[in-house]
Every structure is written in C-alpha cells, then in structure tokens.
Design a protein around this ligand. Structure first.
Ligand code: NAD
Length: 333
C-alpha cells in the first residue's frame, strides 16, 4: 500500500485527494492546508482522513511514502525539498518550480536519495493528447510545420503569477511531449491591465527545421477557447478540447509546391481531401496519471513527466519571462 500525504486543498487539491482515494493500492493518510476554511472543507468531504495545519506533520511522518504538493508555485520548492530530505517521493503541481535553479536542485536531491519526482502535467494523460502522440509518432502528419495553441478564458486571475506561468505550462508540456525536438529560442510579448501581472501573452517558440510554435494565453477573453492546430506536410490536425465528441479532427489538406525548370513562378497546388475524427479514450487524466506514478514507484521506473520534464517547462517559462520584460527579444534556450 502506497501512503500519500497531500499538501494544499484549495481549488485543485480536492481532485488529487478524490482520485487517490479511488486508486487500488493507494491510501491518503493525511491532508494539510494552512487555511482553516480549506481544512473544514476537507474534513466535511473526507471525514475519516486526518487534517493538519503544518506540512511538517506529513513530511516528517514515518507513515507517509509520497507527498503531493498541490500549493501555489512559490511554495513548491520548499515543500518538495523538505519531502525529499525526509525520504518521500514527490508529486508536484505544474509549474514544477519558480525558477530553473530550484528545479535542478530538486532533481539532484531526488537522484541522490533514489526518490521519484512526478510533475503534474495532467494534459499528457488525456485521451486527446495520447491520440495525437500516437498519430505524430506514426508519422501520419508528416514533417511538422507548426503548432498553434489558443488557451483563453475570463479569469481565474492568479495573485502570485502571470498568465504565462498559470496557463502556458499546459501547452509547453504538451509541446515538449509531442514534438521530437526541443525549442531553440523563445519570444514572448504581453501586457498587464489589472493586477500588475500580465493577463494576456503570446509566446513563440522556434525549433530546428523551420518548425514554429505559438501559444496564446489570456485571462481577459469573453469566451473560453481551447483549440490547437498542428500543421504537417501530409495532414493537418485540429484539437478542440471543448468539444464533447470529435475533439480531434484530421484533415487531408495541404499545399504542394513545384518549381518547374524554365518557369519563374512556383506551381502551387492545394490538396483538399477527407476529414476524419478518430475515437478518443474517455478516462479521467488525473486518475491515469496518479496510477502511473504509483506504478513507477512500485517498479522503480522513471516517469516520463519527471523532474527533468518539469525543468524543461520552467526553462521555457523563464526564457519567456525574460523576453516579455524586453517586449519580445529573442531568448535562446
Ligand atoms: N494540473 C492542472 O490542471 C492544474 C489545475 C489547477 C491548478 N494547478 C496547480 O495546482 C497548484 C495549486 O493551485 P490551486 O488553484 O489549487 O491554488 P489555491 O490557491 O486554490 O489552493 C492552494 C491551497 O494551498 C494552501 N497552501 C499554500 N501554501 C501552503 C503551505 N505552505 N502549507 C499548507 N498549505 C498551503 C492554501 O491555503 C490553499 O488552500 C498550482 O501550482 C497550480 O498551478 C494545476
């Protein structure tokens, strides 16, 4: 039986506790939150589970194997470090840490102590992303031209970070997981209007072989949009995560360009073939992710969304922050 201690029972923490409670071979032995209101909510929802105000109660407990850190990003490093120092595996929310140095320190500590870190990049476990990965790995789209994601809605305004650190970790972790290459450089622009943190931002990532990615994140949109376009030489894909059915559509559309000898103009022909919507597995991503983490611990295997995957995202976020501060300079990774 793997015994979990969960720190943070705000907006996301209840989902972690609920999913862990439903997993065979896992047990939640305690939940901690510094807020009395959160502790009250927790007690009402799960009366049998002890609730604490001080994280040390869980982090130092010999009865805990894994600590789940479900608190705001500024607290991830301190809590995860204390957990690792006390011999616990760590499940930590996205974004992994507030900077690259913290991520590197946690990765080294976990390695020294032979402990596992998993960063909660939940989207990687959704049916849609798993299907897209399969299609890309099979070469269905051919050589990729671009990845273009829009993730906008009204709020939820965060008090401790801007819209890039709040929403872009989803896109960056998905891009890193799907694309078989790392970005070379990042450009970001954005603007703050209300609480001193940028509430709208545009990130461009440049890849080798003329592949380009663009991410639009915004807390000031009147409508919620979660749409990603992936353009390839052979096929193009649209992922609308708000669609109940047919989240993914693959278009046999494209452009062929021929440069005939003796002709000054390029010959451009457009291909407009069929569209199909593949079947997507309906599972709760978080449940699958937590179950995978428990398996990794039991089998002593490194999860693919480990500390190094979290570090890659934090490195891109840091580069985007640097670019943002200079209104869009190119920052190499
Ligand atoms: N994976 C996802 O899809 C997803 C979705 C939402 C949030 N998140 C992430 O989850 C984390 C938490 O986000 P949230 O929206 O739940 O925040 P929140 O502010 O609603 O909740 C955080 C809770 O942690 C508690 N807390 C903070 N520091 C603490 C400490 N040192 N000890 C004990 N309790 C402490 C607070 O009292 C609060 O109840 C963030 O890193 C966020 O990015 C991930």
């Amino acid at each position: 039986m793997l015994k979990f201690g969960v720190i943070g029972y705000g907006y996301w923490g209840p989902n972690i506790v609920r999913n862990l409670r439903g997993l065979e071979g896992c047990q939640v032995v305690g939940v901690c939150d510094q807020s009395p209101a959160a502790r009250k909510r927790m007690q009402a929802a799960h009366p049998g589970i002890p609730v604490y105000a001080d994280p040390a109660e869980l982090v130092r407990s010999p009865d805990v194997d894994v600590i789940a850190v479900i608190t705001p990003v500024w607290s991830h490093f301190e809590l995860a470090k204390a957990a690792l120092e006390n011999g616990k595996h760590v499940f930590v929310e996205k974004p992994f840490t507030a900077n690259v140095a913290q991520a590197e320190e946690l990765i080294n500590l976990a390695e020294q102590k032979h402990l596992k870190i998993m960063v909660d990049h939940t989207f990687l476990f959704t049916g849609a992303v798993r299907k897209i990965k399969k299609l890309l790995d099979e070469g269905v789209l051919g050589k990729l031209y671009y990845y273009d994601s829009t993730r906008v809605n009204l709020g939820l305004f965060q008090h401790d970070c801007n819209v890039i650190w709040d929403l872009a970790p989803h896109d960056l972790s998905i891009m890193n997981h799907l694309l078989h290459k790392d970005a070379e450089a990042v450009v970001a622009t954005g603007q703050s209007h209300l609480n001193g943190h940028e509430d709208i931002a545009f990130i461009t990532a440049y890849y080798p072989d003329s592949m380009i990615a663009h991410v639009n994140v915004n807390w000031l949109s009147p409508v919620k949009v979660r749409t990603t376009l992936i353009g390839g030489e052979k096929k193009m894909l649209v992922w609308n995560d708000l669609e109940a059915d047919e989240k993914l559509k693959i278009y046999d559309k494209g452009v062929d360009v021929k440069n005939q000898e003796g002709l000054y103009n390029l010959l451009v022909s457009y291909r407009s073939g069929d569209m199909w919507a593949p079947q997507i597995e309906q599972v709760e991503a978080l449940r699958l992710e937590l179950s995978y983490f428990a398996d990794c611990i039991r089998k002593d295997e490194k999860p693919f969304n480990d500390g190094c995957a979290g570090l890659k995202v934090v490195r891109m976020l840091e580069a985007a922050t640097e670019s943002l501060s200079t209104r869009g300079s190119l920052v190499y990774l």
